[in-house]
Design a protein around this ligand. Sequence first.
Ligand SMILES: [Zn+2]
Length: 260
Amino acid sequence: MRRVIRRVIVRRIIRKIIVKRPIRRIIIKRIIRRPIRKVVRKIIVKRPIKRIIVRRVIVRKKIIIKRVAFPRLPRVKIMYDETYDEAIHQLVEKRHTHMAHMGGQLFARRLRKATKPMLKRFLVTAENVTGLKWRWHIVRCYVAHDIPFDFDNPMTIKIRGNMKDATETFFHELAHQMELQNNERIRHRNNLSRKYRNEPKDTREHIFAHAVLWKVYEKLYGRARLKKIIAGYRLWPEHYRGWQIVKKEGADNILKAYLK
Ligand SMILES: [Zn+2]
């Protein structure tokens, strides 16, 4: 029985190590008992775990921990989840039908197809232009009906007919994801954020993400298409203002100001 509990604890700790870095060592020490503590210490000592996942193999009641190379880029999983969608439908007081399920699955497939050609290059370029790394090895992107706005955590894209719009939103939310995953490396208070502190919240929150997108799009699509994408943001004046700030200050200067 004890062993089972330990296994559960170890599994939890390992997950913590993988997902939540930096690790809170004290907590780990407090939770675990001796033999396991040794194993975990090993993991801690062997850091920086540069993109290494720790795979747990239980052989003959002994816990052996193997180091496995972390795939360089995260797996981005675009998915529809019926319960998630149903919960949202209840919140916004809309009826949830079987058709919603079909539509959700279909949209997830379409979004997967639409983003596939660009996705890998986007992930690589985002790392290259910022010097940041993707820290989570799986990014789940849910698609859902009738959400009031798209958001980055858990990444959720509204189901819609316009696939171009959906694709752009998907990459936009990915840029926020990168910001989120590297939160400890971003200086949220800096010269530029102070300069624009009186802007609306939505504008302020998009200065860094748009600077990342600017650099990535410029590399992947070139200036002309970048301009077109920015023009598409006119529908959301606060976001659009974010782009204007990036244009005025220069994406490089913004990255410099925000990155530690
Ligand atoms: Zn945004």
